[in-house]
Ligand binder design. Sequence first.
Ligand code: SF4
Length: 551
Amino acid sequence: MVSPPEATSTPPRRRGEGQWALGYREPLNPNERSKKDDNPLNVRSRIESRYAAGGFASIDPADLRGRFRWWGLYTQRRPGIDGGRTAVLAPEELDDEYFMLRVRIDGGALTTEQLRVIGEVSQTYARDTADITDRQNVQLHWVRIEDVPAIWRELEAVGLSTTEACGDCPRVVLGSPVAGIAEDEIVDGTPAIEEITRRYIGDPELSNLPRKFKSAVSGSPRQDVVHETNCVSFVGVDHPEHGPGFDVWVGGGLSTNPRLAVRLGAWVPLDDVPDVWHGVVRIFRDYGYRRLRHRARLKFLVADWGAERFRQVLEEEYLGRRLTDGPAPPPAVRDRDHVGVHRQRDGRYYVGATTVAGRVSGSTLVALAKAAERAGSGRVRTTVHQNLLVLDVPEAQLAALRSDLDSLGLRSDDRPWRRGVMACTGIEFCKLAIVETKGRAAELVSELERRLADVGSDLGDPVTVNINGCPNACARTQVADIGLKGQIVRAEDGRQVEGFQVHLGGGLGLDAGFGRKLRGLKVTAEELPDYVERVVRRYVEQREPGERFAR
Ligand code: SF4
């Protein structure tokens, strides 16, 4: 276990927040107790030695609903439980005997061999399910505990893992999907991501954080890792004296108390990114609030301290040196999602293709690996927009690859609604969900493609519609043009039905800010296509020249 850091001169908050650095070492809630009782990473040996043989019934509940997450495992929602009962049922009533398994894909970087293995694992052990998440991971469903050791063996044989894919620990490190190949890249963050994951993922010193810790590194001027929403982000910037490096942002996060990250005003060269990342994560471990789960994210500490004090503590207590002051990155250039055909700096091309709200299948991933290899590529990327890129394609292979992608339902042409619509897991598998999301997203995309075919390129940037099954905002409710938060609403005839609270006009990059949650602006799930169509048509008819949807 982590030894308590030295107490500092920082005065304690009036009510203890459970900060280790201030001497609060006794667990203040059951989650903290569970982590103190046993390092969650230790659960792997119990899965391999006991639970896989003993089956679901043999699993200790504290492992099942707590420590399993450190290895990417969540119980699925039992089928047939409607969203109105989510909040009233006990966890064991919501649990199915099957698991979601999250495979972490740091930087979104996969070889075609790795992609094929994920697909084959899905076909063999996960009923051919696969979802690309908006954090560049792949999630499989219907996994049995009996199969988990075999799945780990297959994934780990090709360098993949589920280590700390969930839980109160450092989650996947987001990265630019075009790192190392883009013509307009400021700096390639790949070595930093590789070093962070090599040194620190699975490190027992960092496996008991107050809550999840989200990271991102991108040296692309397109700012393609939603850096404003991460606990720590490194954003590519050219320093006038020191050259290419990264601007450090901390304290972003959405969920029920959204906050955008703030800049520390510090410039960090590529080689120093892992050390600075390590300093930030240790501040979170030592000073993060542990009393209340809903206040335990880094964003609350950053909000209380402010950027200046955070940087001072980072420099004085964790790095032992001053950081270099640096400029803000310029506003992001367009096309953050990389969809379409783009030239790489080595003269080859990458092809970005849309999924429908991340839903693919194991068979699709296997077929995609084959198609990419036929086109001469050995590398694929996932994106924070739930899409996929095939890299390193010679010009002569582009047409054949795009035709293969089309036949797999992966579209590389400009389809604004496939580009714009995202969805979280929702009621199909998520125990916290109130409404269905992925299926609704698919219906919405096909309805909007049909109804708004005449609008097409008039939209400029695709209008983003982020569909979330509950207030947790896993699909970034507050930063979409049209953000949808699932809840039970009243239909015109008085029935209680699935629907959404609408947040209008949020955005990232140039338009960074939260959507307005208009009181009473709720739509039933059934009305959703009508509502989006109405809003978009009004926008197209009434906008001023140069006006953007978000603000
Ligand atoms: Fe589940 Fe809610 Fe997150 Fe959707 S937003 S995946 S329903 S917790």
